[in-house]
Ligand binder design. Sequence first.
Ligand code: C2E
Ligand code: MG
Ligand code: MG
Length: 607
Amino acid sequence: MNNTQSNSSGGNILVVDDTPDNLRILSVSLTKRGYQVRCVKNGAMALITAKKAAPDLILLDIKMPEMDGYQVCEKLKADEQTREIPIIFLSALDDVFDKVKAFQVGGVDYITKPFQIEEIVVRIQHQLALQAAKAEICQLNAKLELKIQERTAQLEEVIGKLHQEITKHKQTQQKLLQQSLHDALTGLPNRTLLMEHLQKALQRSQRNTNYLFALLFIDLDRFKIINDSFGHAVGDRLLMAVSRILKGCTRETDTVARLSGDEFAILLEDINDFKEAIAIAERLLDKLTSPIHLEDRKVFAGASIGVVLGAANYQNGTELLRDADIAMYRAKALGKGRYAVFDREMYAQTLQLSQIETDLRYAIERQEFLLHYQPIVSLKTGKVTGFEALIRWQHPEKGLVYPGDFIAIAEDTGLIVPIGEWILLEACRQLRTWQEKVPSALNKHISVNLSSRQIKQFDFVDKLTKILSGTGLNGQNLRLELTETMLMDRGEKTIELLGEIKAQKIQLSIDDFGTGYSSLSYLHRFPIDALKIDRSFVSPIDADGNNCEIVNTIITLAHSLGITAIAEGVETSHQLTHLRNLGCDEAQGYFFSKPVNSHLAEALLSR
Ligand code: C2E
Ligand code: MG
Ligand code: MG
């Protein structure tokens, strides 16, 4: 019995028993062991006392008058204030004691009388320890709960921030995606996005044969001229205006895209029939060939449109775009300001052109080019004044190819620059060789056609000078033929360039005069020596001298400018007669001679 000290911290115990002896014994024994003990004799008192100051444990007799222990226990358990107090039942051995009921009403233990105090103490200790442990767990739980709440709050804050970050990130991503799929200037979808939409349209048409779509490829006809002459700000405004026109002529569901520079494309989705695509192309042309108002000025942009009708046999969007592009080029070739619908034949021709392009690249190093020479005759003396050098291509498979079949490609690809240089060198070298053999060739000239790409080369004049000094030909024996468009293209710059050329005594003539666009105000400022009247004005002249008007006008114009008039394409003797009567100075054409190879030309010279 060494518990006096060990239980000195004790506990507060309420003993409820109607037998005064029991109360006394328990009170004394427990007090001795360090417990604070309160004693009551019946259930009613027990309830009041427990409620007033809750004990740590209650020893509760079962058999009591008025209210038995079970009832007291039930009442205590029903009250929030007393619910948690552990209750140990006390029962006499001979009592009818229902253990199950004792536990059911909420008791934690029971002791049968007569009791051994040691047993009671152990049971009390056990219950109090259990209670303490429970309390500790409760406290820990509460702390834990608090921690969890704190952590949850922190976590929520972090999650909130994370969400903000994610939203921001998504917005940035969206913006970047938008930028990567749209054109910055017009805001229209770019090529990448168009290709995506094209691909989808293609897949839809492969699944559903009733689904029709078309692709329009639009290229402005005069964008470069407008951009170069009015500046980029106007060019940009024009592109934006065009994008508005394109959007205005299409539905929300169509894709209007800017491909690059002045190239646009429209994907017309889910159309009822292909006539609809043609109607839209016509509507677009109507709008684009009318003047476009840009703040302070009106411009005529014009456009050429290629149309390709969607078909399931296309493998991918790239092929569709390629064919729309081919059709657009056809529209340009047919005279611009119109549309062309793609067909298979166009594709074959394009393939052929690209074959020519490939072959052209090798033609220089394989020395497949040669020059033919067409005499130019003075109408006063009837003598040859010189020759026009005309290029021919001795193609390994196709035979002799004429410039009409490859010069345009050479110009488009830039190959005209090295080819043109070779022509100049070869023509000058040839005339110089003739001069060394035939003295009369000393006052003859050689005419060489130039292309615009060539004269735009910054070192063109240098090259010209080198060719003259390299071959030993005098400048005055060389005539360069330019077209009106080439002259008009660059305004003042051209005047400067021509001045430098003239400084070397080289002669200049305007080829195919009357077919291009030239401004009379400029014409007299150009240091030109001759106008070559285009063949299309000479051929209609008949035996009776009908249709001479234009030729007459050009001859008069040339003479009033103090320069020579040369007729091209003279094929009949009466054409010659009328030209002579009109005062034309020189002429060239099949009537005198077709272009001939260098041997025949030399023979002509020697005659
Ligand atoms: P072009 O400079 O106007 O040359 C005259 C063209 O008319 C030549 O055609 C010539 O053969 C042809 N021709 C001459 N007289 C008559 C005639 O009486 N009747 C007919 N029907 N035609 C005649 P070609 O040689 O086929 O050259 C065509 C065009 O190709 C030239 O027109 C010129 O613009 C260009 N070209 C020719 N050679 C060169 C060149 O070396 N360099 C450049 N850049 N272009 C060239
Ligand atoms: Mg010519
Ligand atoms: Mg000509």
